[in-house]
Design a protein around this ligand. Structure first.
Ligand code: CP
Ligand code: NVA
Length: 308
């Protein structure tokens, strides 16, 4: 289906401006309220979303599939193992074909270079549903969740306790665009790669050796699995290296009294987070998971219809 909107992709958090995020956050709230009132809203009537998964998923698949359906469109789930991509068809050729038959595409894959090559050959918007480097839809949902609970995130401090993974790099990008600080702490050998950071990142990023120091005075404490998908061979070494990087009551105690706890899920209680924290009163992980649905509806609507 043709559209008058120029093709934009969402491959990393840095692809949108602060003004665009302000729009998306208020639009997410608008769409969430409509959904809660059972109001039909079908701006994407007859549009098709292709969802390409090279890695497992619960939340991303469900929130995109339910989301496009609620906007009046339809989703097609493609597991790369079942498609010709799994038998070596070039990413560029797959992008040409899939983007001629659908209106918008979401991809969960390994290297960021794969999604970039796909987008360069796509006629329709491509959304990053997680790569090794970034997970922008998740951080958008997390920021929306923070704003819902505590209002603006600008000027606040987010403590990241754990691996320098796709979530961590996305938080650092978001800090620069939306004007908050990230306190980062990971064990030796698992630090952020300077080559992946923007020249301005240091203004928004403080690195701490001790995870407790990173949490001191934080408004939001967040973490993620010690071993991300695709790094399973390193699991044993990571279990040892990260054992002092668990978000527990001791770490939450030094954060601000009204600090929230987030985790993109799935979580491992007793590894990166204690049960007392993830199941405790400061945790907003279920709102955070639900909000994937609402922010991604705003995102798909924005990419296909512009600002409404
Ligand atoms: N947080 C997240 O992306 O979850 P899934 O891996 O279940 O999609
Ligand atoms: N960092 C995790 C996030 C899972 C949603 C991973 O990449 O496996």
């Amino acid at each position: 289906m043709s559209s008058n909107i120029p093709v934009r992709h969402y491959l990393q958090f840095a692809d949108f401006s602060a003004d665009e995020y302000a729009y998306l956050l208020q639009r997410s709230a608008f769409l969430k309220a409509k959904f809660k009132r059972y109001e039909t809203w079908h701006p994407l009537h007859d549009r098709t979303l292709a969802m390409i998964f090279e890695k497992n998923s619960t939340r991303t698949r469900l929130s995109f599939e339910a989301g496009i359906h609620q906007l009046g469109g339809h989703a097609v789930f493609l597991n790369t193992k079942d498609t010709q991509l799994g038998r070596g068809e070039p990413v560029e050729d797959a992008a040409q074909v899939i983007s001629r038959m659908t209106d918008i595409i979401m991809i969960r894959t390994f290297g960021q270079d794969i999604i970039e090559r796909f987008a360069a050959n796509s006629r329709v918007p491509v959304i990053n549903g997680l790569t090794n480097e970034y997970h922008p839809c998740q951080v958008l949902a997390d920021i929306f969740t923070y704003v819902e609970h505590r209002s603006t995130i600008a000027g606040k401090t987010v403590a990241w306790v754990g691996d320098a993974n796709n979530m961590a790099y996305t938080w650092v990008q978001a800090a620069e665009i939306l004007g908050f600080k990230v306190n980062f702490s990971a064990p030796p050998g698992y630090q952020l790669d300077e080559k992946m950071l923007s020249p301005q990142a240091k203004k928004y990023l403080n690195i701490f050796d001790n995870p407790k120091d990173a949490c001191r005075g934080a408004d939001l404490v967040t973490t993620d699995v010690w071993t991300s998908m695709g790094y399973e061979d390193e699991n044993q070494a990571r279990l040892k290296a990260f054992k002092s990087w668990m978000v527990n009551d001791e770490l939450m105690a030094v954060a601000n009294a009204d600090a929230l706890f987030m985790h993109c899920l799935p979580a491992h209680r007793g590894e990166e987070v204690s049960a007392s924290v993830i199941d405790g009163s400061q945790s907003v992980v279920w709102d955070e998971a639900e909000n994937r649905l609402h922010v991604q509806k705003a995102l798909m609507e924005f990419l296909l219809c512009g600002k409404l």
